[in-house]
Design a protein around this ligand. Structure first.
Ligand SMILES: *[C@@H]1O[C@H](CO)[C@@H](O)[C@H](O)[C@H]1NC(C)=O
Ligand SMILES: *[C@@H]1O[C@H](CO)[C@@H](O)[C@H](O)[C@H]1NC(C)=O
Length: 417
């Protein structure tokens, strides 16, 4: 449909809130590959954020005189404009390996964990992180680890010093780059099929795990505590929030009073159903011991492929209309923030297009979105469909297409160069 016809239909059908063919405030209105509405409702102007993304922001088109007639309908946003639009605080990559051997039913085998460090015959995760920081401008790494590895397969058992020391080698490699480092327990809310607090490990056992980790890192401000990777099919979301609360209380009481803690919802931490599936409401009850919510950040994931699984190399959506926009509205209205700790796609033109759009949208809403972390580098071989592992040749590292074009802050995907 042509732009002209769309504008005409807008004139014919009146109300600014429901004008067909005009994009509403804060929605996308342009960018490479964009086929939707390219004009904004009255009171908003289509603003180029970068090549991949234009957004309707409050204002009047420049070079256009303000109509002297009073508009019949005033668009009054229910939420305030992004305060710090344009720059995400965190941009990172997952450095996988310690989570290898973990299945989505929460069964992990300690011996299958494969540290992404040359010292342990893995990939050079330390070198990768240095490259990502020095050459690409990344400042965050998420370091997935299986619960079973940390306690050496003993359910309910304490963290084993030698195993934590091995994991700490990766954490220290991350910290030494100057980046933020997310500790991610990669267990899908489970231990061997049993859901934490709901038939599986007790909240106390889970809290003890986090107390040990938080005690170790309480003095390190650049550590973030990722309470749990991708809970799914958790029958009682209110009860899950109680388990998350137990972890938060344990972390804070261990002395890690100021670091960010990432709170995971149900349905694989889907950004799209975070509100509708009840996770937002349930996790909103989680508080610091002092009753505040300072530093408690919602953790959400989103892939861009046809079945939202993050296993296909072609991308079909930028997730803005179905996930990022409605979630941004919710977060702004409720005074909360989220971080996207897993996203990614294949090294294909479609994923470059859509992921760049997603990141540009997140950056344009950086008052509520703190950042993103791509999945994944570390011990993934370069043949892995969603691989972000750079190839090393001597002292030169070469990035994958998606890292080069979208994920790396130096790509300009956030600020339009
Ligand atoms: C949320 O998703 C779970 C499955 O993961 C489902 O059992 C539950 O009914 C959903 N809850 C809501 C409120 O949609
Ligand atoms: C889980 O999320 C996906 C999209 O991310 C959605 O298609 C599915 O319906 C959701 N399931 C539930 C139970 O909410």
């Amino acid at each position: 449909m042509s732009k002209k016809v769309l504008q005409l239909s807008g004139l014919l059908f009146g109300s600014a809130l429901a004008v067909r063919g005009q994009a509403v405030l804060y929605s996308q209105c342009g960018g490479s590959g964009w086929t939707g509405d390219t004009t904004c409702v009255s009171g908003a102007v289509c603003t180029v954020i970068n090549d991949f993304y234009s957004q309707c922001l409050p204002g009047t088109p420049s070079g256009t005189t303000t109509p002297s007639t009073t508009p019949t309908t005033t668009v009054k946003p229910t939420t305030t404009a992004p305060a710090s639009a344009g720059k995400l605080k965190f941009a990172g990559v997952n450095i996988a390996g310690f989570d290898f051997g973990c299945n989505s039913d929460g069964s992990c085998t300690a011996s299958a964990a494969w540290p992404p460090l040359t010292k342990y015959y893995g990939a050079d995760g330390a070198g990768q992180m240095q490259h990502f920081v020095n050459n690409d401008g990344f400042n965050t790494f998420r370091l997935p680890v299986g619960w079973q590895f940390l306690v050496n397969n003993v359910q309910g058992g304490p963290v084993v010093d030698a195993n934590l020391a091995e994991y700490d080698d990766l954490v220290q490699a991350c910290l030494s780059t100057g980046a933020y480092c997310i500790i991610d327990i990669h267990n899908y809310a489970r231990w061997d099929k049993g859901i934490i607090g709901q038939g599986g490990p007790t909240d106390d056992v889970f809290a003890a795990l986090w107390a040990t980790i938080a005690t170790k890192y309480k003095s390190e401000p650049r550590i973030m505590f990722g309470v749990m990777n991708e809970p799914h099919d958790v029958p009682d979301i209110q009860r899950w929030a109680v388990s998350v609360q137990a972890a938060v209380t344990a972390i804070r009481n261990a002395g890690a009073t100021t670091q960010l803690i990432l709170l995971p919802g149900n349905n694989w931490t889907s950004a799209e159903t975070f509100v509708s599936n009840g996770s937002a409401a349930a996790l909103s009850t989680v508080k610091n011991p002092d009753g505040s919510i300072t530093g408690l950040i919602f953790d959400v994931h989103k892939y861009l492929d046809s079945d939202n699984s993050g296993t296909n190399t072609e991308c079909v959506t930028n997730n803005i209309a179905n996930a990022w926009q409605p979630l941004a509205d919710y977060l702004r209205t409720n005074g909360r923030q989220a971080i996207n700790t897993e996203t990614g796609g294949g090294n294909t033109a479609s994923c470059v297009q859509y992921l760049c759009q997603q990141i540009a949208f997140q950056a344009a809403n950086s008052d509520v979105y703190l950042g993103y972390v791509g999945w994944a580098a570390g011990n993934f071989a370069t043949g892995y469909p969603l691989g972000e592992t750079p190839t090393q040749s001597g002292t030169t590292w070469t990035d994958t297409l998606l890292v080069q074009e979208c994920l790396a802050p130096t790509s300009g995907s956030q600020n339009g160069s």
